[in-house]
Ligand binder design. Structure first.
Ligand code: ADP
Length: 386
């Protein structure tokens, strides 16, 4: 390949890496991928990929050889390997000392407390008695390894804690207890930050989760108090700066019934609550992530339209769903303004296989079009065309 621009190495072959490929192609920036297996989502669109284990330092060295910077599709690369890569002169973005706050919820909670960032009351707990002393009702979370609601238990009594402790012990991690927050809704604050310190904050969005999985995002969050929106953006910018995050940072927040925002968790990579930016913002989160990790000037995070709605396409419970491609004729004919993003994944129950974006001046119309299309692709509408 001609040596036209610096190579970005990306660890992990999921849909986030796949969606980095589109702006990388537009900007003429070559990506090199470490994929879990041949044919995974990102490997389908990034020709320069090798298959290997991200828990193998030699493999990490191989995929980053000749690259200017390494970034990630997920947060699971062991911290000590990232330090080793840094020591050999490679730019690791986000760096290991930042990334640990997205890997370990106990580390994240104590750091945010030191920064005076508002969080739910929390404590690391070692026994059901300690949970009892903390107080019910509460939420138990494994400090590491949880995602999409896995590793999260809502408990009301000491007896109900058994499953969480068994799971934590089996995976060798600790448990964090958190007060169960009465929230009005969940919000997300997305920012991109470059190594030289430039930062761009996207509008605050509202996200709807079902069983711990993100289903729907509305940008911007409807009827959000402007002061609270600014506060949420400031929180995300403070975290990005103080933790020295490079690339995209997503801060998941609770908007409480009494009008405060509390931080739920952090992700240091493009995030599901930012997929709306692909069609609804001047610069997508994927492009700003690439710009940030290369320390290029960031693009505008401004919205392109009054409203943007993103709805995930999740595999349904039935085997009756055809190939996703079979959904195109109806979806495209019904709504020529619909934006469809599929990840090249097979449908499996509960698996995120794609999303749709709609935008316009009328929120109800955007919601109806996006929900219809996602349900259609999921197969929830049967074969009837509306
Ligand atoms: P994951 O790492 O799986 O994304 P989260 O910490 O985001 O886990 O929790 C998953 C979901 O559980 C959240 O989106 C929220 O709906 C709910 N939840 C998490 N923590 C609390 C809490 N302290 N109070 C109330 N609900 C919570």
């Amino acid at each position: 390949m001609p040596d036209l621009a610096p190579i970005i190495a990306v660890i992990g072959g999921g849909q986030l890496a796949r969606m980095m490929a589109e702006p990388a192609a537009a900007l003429g920036i070559p990506l090199r991928l470490l994929a879990e297996a041949e044919g995974v989502s990102a490997a389908q669109v990034i020709p320069d990929h090798i298959v290997g284990d991200y828990r193998d330092l030699e493999m990490l060295r191989k995929v980053t050889d000749g690259a200017r910077v390494v970034t990630f599709d997920h947060e699971h690369v062991p911290t000590e390997y990232l330090h080793a890569l840094e020591e050999s002169g490679l730019a690791v973005r986000p760096g290991p000392d930042a990334l640990v706050h997205a890997q370990d919820k106990a580390v994240m909670r104590s750091r945010l407390a030191a920064l005076d960032v508002p969080c739910p009351r929390n404590a690391v707990v070692a026994t059901p008695e300690e949970v009892e002393a903390f107080g019910f009702p509460c939420v138990l979370k494994t400090t590491r390894g949880g995602y999409d609601g896995k590793g999260v238990w809502f408990v009301d009594s000491a007896e109900q804690c058994a499953e969480a402790f068994a799971a934590a012990e089996a995976s060798g991690v600790r448990l964090l207890a958190e007060e169960r927050v009465e929230f009005r809704r969940e919000l997300s604050a997305l920012v991109a930050r470059s190594p030289s310190g430039q930062a761009a904050a996207y509008p605050i969005v509202a996200s709807t989760q079902l069983d711990g999985i993100c289903h729907e995002v509305i940008a911007p969050a409807p009827d959000l108090d402007p002061g609270l929106a600014t506060r949420a953006q400031q929180i995300a910018l403070t975290i990005a700066k103080e933790l020295d995050v490079t690339g995209v940072l997503a801060v998941e927040l609770f908007e409480t019934v009494d009008g405060r925002v509390l931080v739920n968790e952090l992700a240091m990579r493009p995030h599901n609550t930012g997929h709306w930016t692909q069609d609804g913002a001047v610069t997508s989160q994927f492009e700003n992530h690439l710009r940030a990790v290369l320390d290029l000037p960031l693009g505008s995070p401004a919205p392109r339209s009054r409203w943007t709605v993103m709805v995930n396409i999740l595999g349904g419970p039935s085997e009756t769903v055809g190939r996703l491609f079979d959904g195109y004729p109806h979806a495209m004919a019904r709504d020529p303004r619909l934006r469809v993003h599929l990840y090249g994944k097979e449908l499996r129950p509960g698996r995120k296989v794609g999303h749709v974006n709609t935008y316009g001046d009328d929120l109800e119309d955007c919601l109806e079009r996006a929900r219809h299309a996602a349900a259609w692709f999921r197969g929830d509408l049967g074969n009837e065309s509306e």
